[in-house]
Design a binder for this molecule. Structure first.
Ligand code: HEM
Length: 264
């Protein structure tokens, strides 16, 4: 675009911004200084937790492969599909198994909904592990990120517990025996093993009480705790100064943006 066309476009925009209609819709002037840009972010309910500035380097795909964001996206998909599944599911014996069959053969798009939830759950476990390995590879566990690493470990545990508690809900042979084996592993723990197993199952066998306990943990307790820890995790990424970006040897040639490497 030539210089004069650019200027006339700019003038036209300024004229539109001066009209009463525009001013009645947009109450504030556009943010043109660093101060007003910061205020626009701080004053916005949706954006206030985002950083006002990010380093250009940390936006590169290979810094994170967006694995943390993909994990979060899958968490959202699981929450939405999980709520929809709750409309069709009763955590009772033997109704739970019948509900699963109904979802498969009777409910419109029921199989699709159930598979979306299951596949997203498998993908989330893979994404969270991958994210952890990638953060480790980049040295993202080192100070000042060490607290967020611990928050991450808690999130990994919560992700695995969510998978495990969801496993019993179809109440089929696979889930029944998987939880029987899993709870026997708990029993093998020294000192309190049998007590913890009793607490988890609400009895000595995998039965009605265990199904209800796993259901409440799966749909209320664990997602709420995970939501709180995810919020802390995101907040800490900002407070710890953004992502860990591996150091590159300083370039001798001036970069295209004209800025020294340390400012990018
Ligand atoms: C529900 C699971 C998780 C979610 C939703 C999540 C989300 C995120 C997001 C969005 C970021 C910033 C962007 C990125 O790196 O992709 C991040 C960074 C980070 N995550 Fe996670 N994460 C999860 C689990 C974990 C786990 C299991 C660990 C490690 C044990 C971990 C440790 C970290 C650390 C240390 C950072 C800062 C990275 C850096 O300094 O470069 N996270 N996470």
């Amino acid at each position: 675009m030539t210089e004069s066309r650019h200027e006339s476009l700019h003038e036209a925009m300024e004229r539109i911004r001066g009209t009463r209609v525009w001013k009645s819709i947009f109450r504030r002037e556009p943010a043109r200084t660093n101060r007003t840009r910061s205020l626009a972010i701080f004053g916005n309910l949706l954006f206030h937790f985002l950083p006002v500035k990010v380093r250009e380097k940390s936006l590169r795909v290979r810094v994170s492969y967006y694995l943390g964001s993909i994990s979060f996206l899958l968490f959202i998909v699981l929450t939405v599909t999980g709520i929809l599944l709750m409309f069709y599911y009763h955590p009772a014996v033997p109704q739970a198994y019948r509900d699963m069959k109904d979802l498969r053969f009777v409910v419109t798009s029921g199989l699709f909904l159930r598979n979306l939830h299951r596949i997203a759950a498998h993908l989330m476990v893979i994404a969270v592990f991958w994210h952890m390995f990638h953060v480790f590879y980049r040295g993202g566990y080192k100070p000042p990120h060490e607290f967020n690493w611990v928050v991450g470990v808690i999130l990994l545990m919560l992700t695995l517990f969510l998978s495990y508690t969801g496993y019993l809900l179809p109440w089929d042979q696979l889930s029944y025996w998987a939880v029987t084996v899993g709870s026997n592993i708990i029993k093998a723990m020294p000192f309190f093993g049998d007590k913890i197993r009793f607490l988890v199952l609400g009895g000595n066998t995998v039965g009605e009480n265990a199904l209800l306990r796993f259901y409440v943990l799966h749909v209320v307790v664990l997602p709420l705790i995970a939501g709180v820890f995810i919020a802390i995790h995101f907040w800490r990424v900002q407070k710890d100064g953004g992502l860990t970006v591996p150091e590159e040897p300083a370039s001798v040639e001036p970069s295209l943006s004209g800025k020294p490497d340390s400012e990018k």
